[in-house]
Design a protein around this ligand. Structure first.
Ligand code: ZN
Ligand code: ZN
Length: 401
C-alpha cells in the first residue's frame, strides 16, 4: 500500500500483513516452479497439503489438477466460493529475479502464482482466526490461459458438489496503483471466439479461370463482407471485433488453388451481440461463397463467454473493498476490458463478481507496472497481504457469525 494513514489500516489488513512473509515465500516458490494448464501437479500438491494442514476438507481431481478446500462452521446455511487460478504461460522469463522460473520456456507471467498465494494466505487466516458461520469453498482451478479449466471443473460437478450462493474471483492488474481494488458491474470482459472458414473451390490453370471456381476471389469477398457486420449490423453503441488474422491460399502465380482458409478472432461485450456475430458471419460466408460458385465450411469455436458481473455481488464487493482500504483506493465501473477470462463460465451459473487488484502503476520504484504476459512481468508481493485481507473480510461479511 502506498502509505495509508494509520486510521485507515483496517485490523484485517494488519493481521494479514503480520503473516504475509510466509505467503510471499510460497508465492516465490510457485513462481520458481511454473506449470502449464492441466499440468499443475506440484502446485496443486502444495495447495492441497496446506489446506489439509489447516483443517479443510480437500477434494482433488475436479478438472484434473483442480483443488477445492471446504470449511464449514456454525449453523449458517449460506455458502460462498472464492476462486484462484494456478497455471503459467509458455513464455521465457526475462526478469532475472532470484526466484525466476527454473522450467525453461514456462513462466508465471499473468500472476496466477500470486492469486494462488493470496487465496492460501486467506485460507490460513480464515481457518485459524476468522469469525463466520456457513460454508467456505476455496476453488483452485487449472488451465485458465485459453484451456477453460473453470468449465472443466464445472463439467466435473464443481457446483453440484459444492453449491455456492455467490462466487468471487480476483486478478492483479498492472497500470492500477498497487493494492487498489477495481470492480465493474455488468459486462466487464469480452467473449472470445475462434472461427475458421475454409472456402472450397475448383482449382485450375491461372490462364483459364473460366474452367475453375476461384476460392481466392471468393474468400477476398468474404473478408470485405465481414467488415460490414460490425459497421452495419451491430448497434453502434455496442463493442464488437471481427479480425481476420490469417488468410492462406495458393502457392504459385499461375495456379488457381483448390481452397482458401480464413482464421478469425471474434469478440463482443454483450451476449446478444455475440449471438448476432455468429449468425451474420455464418450466413454471410455461406451466401458470399454461393454467389461465387464455391462452398464455405465454417468451424465456429466458441471460446470464453462475456464476463458479466452481477449487480448485488458487485455492490457487496465494493462495500467490503471500501471498508478494507478506504474509498479513495476503490474504483467502481472503469471501462470494460477486451481481454477474456474463463471465470465468465462460473458467473453464468452462479451470481458473483470478478474484481481487479492494482499491481502497480509505475510510480515509486516502478515495480508492478509491467503488463501481464510480458517476459519482464512479476506479481507485486505487497498484494499478498491486501488480497488475502480482502478475501478474509469478504468471508466474514458474507457469512456473518
Ligand atoms: Zn493471462
Ligand atoms: Zn491471468
Amino acid at each position: 500500500m502506498n502509505a495509508p494513514s494509520e486510521a485507515f489500516l483496517h485490523d484485517k489488513l494488519q493481521a494479514l500483513q503480520a503473516q504475509a512473509d510466509e505467503f510471499i515465500a510460497v508465492r516465490r516458490d510457485i513462481h520458481k516452479h511454473p506449470e502449464m494448464g492441466y499440468k499443475e501437479y506440484r502446485t496443486s500438491d502444495l495447495v492441497a497439503e496446506q489446506l489439509e494442514k489447516w483443517g479443510y476438507a480437500v477434494t482433488r481431481g475436479l478438472g484434473g489438477t483442480g483443488v477445492v478446500g471446504q470449511l464449514k462452521r456454525g449453523t449458517g446455511g449460506k455458502a460462498l466460493g472464492l476462486r484462484a487460478d494456478m497455471d503459467a504461460l509458455p513464455i521465457d522469463e526475462a526478469t532475472g529475479l532470484p526466484y525466476a522460473s527454473c522450467n525453461t520456456g514456462i513462466m508465471h507471467a499473468c500472476g496466477h502464482d500470486g492469486h494462488t498465494a493470496m487465496l492460501l494466505a486467506a485460507a490460513k487466516h480464515i481457518a485459524q482466526k476468522a469469525t463466520f458461520s456457513g460454508t467456505v469453498n476455496l476453488i483452485f482451478q487449472p488451465a485458465e490461459e485459453g484451456l477453460g479449466g473453470a468449465k472443466k471443473m464445472m463439467e466435473d460437478g464443481l457446483f453440484k458438489q459444492f453449491p455456492c450462493d455467490a462466487i468471487f474471483g480476483m486478478h492483479n492488474m498492472p497500470g492500477h496503483p498497487q493494492g487498489h481494488l477495481v470492480m465493474r458491474d455488468g459486462a466487464a470482459m469480452a467473449s472470445s471466439d475462434n472461427v475458421t472458414i475454409t472456402v472450397e473451390g475448383t482449382g485450375g490453370h491461372g490462364a483459364v479461370p473460366h474452367r475453375s471456381a476461384d476460392p481466392v476471389v471468393a474468400a477476398s469477398a468474404i473478408v470485405m463482407g465481414l467488415q460490414s457486420i460490425v459497421a452495419r449490423n451491430v448497434d453502434p453503441q455496442e463493442m464488437a471485433v471481427i479480425t481476420v488474422g490469417a488468410f492462406n491460399a495458393g502457392v504459385a502465380n499461375n495456379v488457381i488453388p483448390q481452397s482458401a482458409t480464413l482464421r478469425l478472432s471474434v469478440r463482443a461485450l454483450n451476449r446478444e451481440v455475440r449471438e448476432l456475430l455468429e449468425k451474420r458471419i455464418t450466413d454471410l460466408a455461406h451466401a458470399q461463397a454461393q454467389s461465387y460458385g464455391v462452398r464455405a465450411h465454417i468451424d465456429y469455436k466458441r471460446g470464453y463467454p462475456v464476463l458479466v458481473n452481477h449487480m448485488a455481488e458487485t455492490d457487496f464487493v465494493q462495500q467490503v473493498a471500501e471498508e478494507l482500504v478506504g474509498k479513495d483506493r476503490v474504483v467502481r465501473n472503469p471501462r470494460a476490458l477486451t481481454g477474456s477470462e474463463d471465470f465468465a463460465f462460473m458467473l453464468e451459473e452462479v451470481p458473483g463478481c470478478y474484481l481487479l487488484i492494482g499491481n502497480g502503476d509505475g510510480s515509486g520504484d516502478g515495480h508492478g507496472a509491467c503488463m501481464v504476459h510480458n517476459p519482464g512481468y512479476d506479481f507485486n508481493d505487497d498484494n499478498v497481504a491486501v488480497g488475502s485481507a480482502f478475501w478474509s473480510l469478504l468471508v466474514e461479511r458474507f457469512l456473518p457469525a
